[in-house]
Design a binder for this molecule. Sequence first.
Ligand SMILES: [Zn+2]
Length: 121
Amino acid sequence: MARDGDTCIWCGRVLGGLVPPTTEHVVPRLKGGPSWLANEVAACRRCNAERGHRAPVDWLEECERRGWRPDAERLARALDALQLAIDHEGGQRRARPYLDAQRRRLHRRLPPGPDGRTVAS
Ligand SMILES: [Zn+2]
């Protein structure tokens, strides 16, 4: 939460009190995601439970359909940071193609920045 702020990445609600905070894996463990801090984001318990094993970009789009305000830029930063961590640490052969595909999908969604590149690149 110190890194990401005190809101749920998926629904934007402030964590604490009536909105219990949890950490969840950006790349699910089931898909080979490592149990590293770089693979964790702060989310409320409801979103964590409802997302299940869904891919992060699938769940982000489901949150939008529900009229929530998921933080796509925070997700992009989290996926980029996880990519850097994997590049640095090595291994994670199962997570790599999954992470690549998620990052491509998310970068296509983000609006171009002032220099014409995507915000998260
Ligand atoms: Zn939430």
